[in-house]
Design a protein around this ligand. Structure first.
Ligand SMILES: Cc1ncc(COP(=O)(O)O)c(C=O)c1O
Length: 401
């Protein structure tokens, strides 16, 4: 894979060593060009009919659904465009047919926004949350299986954990949930764009993924996947014009019909699009997302993952040579683009991060449930030289103390 060729898409990499896609990534030229083209269209306004202009904008936006479907090997009808992972996960939680005393399994490594919608449902309707504890930064599928009762309806999990990059065994978890007729809800924002997921192979029911991390999309836009067979079991919590059936002659003709009335029995589309509740939404964001996704799809997600594994192998080996403690479980099966290590205390990790930032090497410090440290994100646009620069600076910082 030619990394120089890829880096040409990311001029933001020129003046820094950017290793923090797990926070917010850098956008490629392709996304910015697509947004600029859209902004020009917005600046010019309709050539003739504003109605047709609106339809043309919707068509541009729809490309994001197509590219998201391609990325995870889903049908386009299984994708809804949402604002963020949080937005998608909240929609999922509200749409599930849950009742008082139904149980949801979560783990203690999660980002707050995976847990929030269930905490809200716990207060509102009295669902119960069972928390599975990590074991040295790993979430064991057997530990999840052991917590299942006949009241368990949902397992919600991040496929890659945000503090240490632990990647769970989604295939095993999917098989377990399917076998026990439990909804598997996946937050994939720390995985997709780095390590592929194929929903034909992995039985996930609902997956949410925001665009601004490993997908390199610039503004608030992401997607929600809902497995086709599961759509009828869900209750859309809200609705917008995209979630109902388009009138047979199209919206243009519909709005010119004097007999129409807004109070009627609307028919919801069967596609995941029924979760697009935002009305006339974030066009620049979704158009940028479409272009960023397209770039990943064209480059080939499996090839990109191989490159990322080579980089993280290199980083792990370098940290081990320096005698630095890894927080990330190093078995490739459980690894992602994130490698976290620790210099000892939180204070030392923050000091090192500040030193690296001063030297224009972007990383973060992240913790949850006592798991964390200096978090390094190796993305497909990074090179072995980026990793070497990081390792050299870590070594210099350590020797100076
Ligand atoms: C695992 C995980 N889920 C969700 C989020 C939030 O994503 P969004 O802003 O798309 O809701 C983050 C952000 O750090 C995250 O790491």
């Amino acid at each position: 894979m030619n990394v120089d060729h890829i880096r040409a898409q990311f001029p933001g990499l020129r003046d820094k060593t950017f290793l923090d896609a797990a926070c917010v990534s850098i956008a490629p030229r392709a996304a910015i060009a697509a947004i600029e083209e859209f902004l020009h269209m917005a600046l010019q306004g309709p050539e003739r009919s504003a109605t047709l202009h609106h339809i043309a904008m919707d068509e541009k936006r729809a490309r994001a659904r197509r590219e998201a479907a391609r990325l995870i090997n889903a049908g386009e009808d299984e994708i809804a465009l949402v604002e963020s992972t949080t937005h998608g996960l909240s929609l999922a939680a509200q749409a599930l047919p849950l009742e008082r005393d139904h149980r949801v399994i979560l783990c203690d490594l999660e980002f707050l926004q995976l847990a929030l919608p269930w905490c809200q449902l716990s207060e509102r309707i009295g669902i119960q949350i069972d928390v599975v504890s990590h074991r040295e930064g790993m979430i064991n599928v057997q530990d999840i299986a052991d917590r299942i009762t006949e009241k368990t309806k949902v397992v919600a999990i991040s496929s890659v954990q945000w503090t240490n990059g632990f990647r769970c065994d989604l295939d095993a978890l999917g098989a377990l949930c399917r076998d026990r007729d439990i909804w598997l809800i996946v937050d994939a924002i720390q995985q997709l764009g780095a390590i592929p997921i194929d929903v034909q192979k992995t039985p996930i029911d609902i997956l949410a993924c925001g665009g601004h991390k490993w997908l390199n999309a610039p503004f608030g836009a992401g997607f929600l996947y809902v497995r086709r067979e599961r759509v009828p079991d869900l209750r859309p919590p809200m609705a917008g014009y995209l979630s109902v059936e388009t009138p047979s002659g199209g919206w243009g003709e519909y709005f010119q019909t004097p007999t129409i009335t807004p109070i009627r029995a609307y028919r919801f589309v069967r596609e995941a699009r029924r979760y697009e509740i935002g009305g006339t939404g974030n066009y620049p964001g979704t158009i940028g997302l479409a272009a960023s996704l397209r770039l990943i799809n064209e480059l080939g997600p499996s090839r990109l993952a191989e490159h990322i594994f080579r980089l993280t192998d290199h980083l792990v080996a370098g940290l081990q040579t320096l005698g630095i403690r890894l927080v990330t479980p190093i078995d490739r099966q459980y690894r992602s683009g994130i490698i976290t290590f620790t210099m000892g205390s939180v204070r030392e990790n923050v000091e090192l991060m500040e030193y690296l930032l001063d030297h224009r090497v972007c990383v973060s410090v992240r913790y949850t449930s006592w798991v964390g440290g200096v978090r390094v994100s190796c993305h497909f646009y990074n090179s072995p030289e980026d990793v070497d620069r990081l390792l050299n600076l870590v070594d210099v910082w350590r020797r100076r103390r």
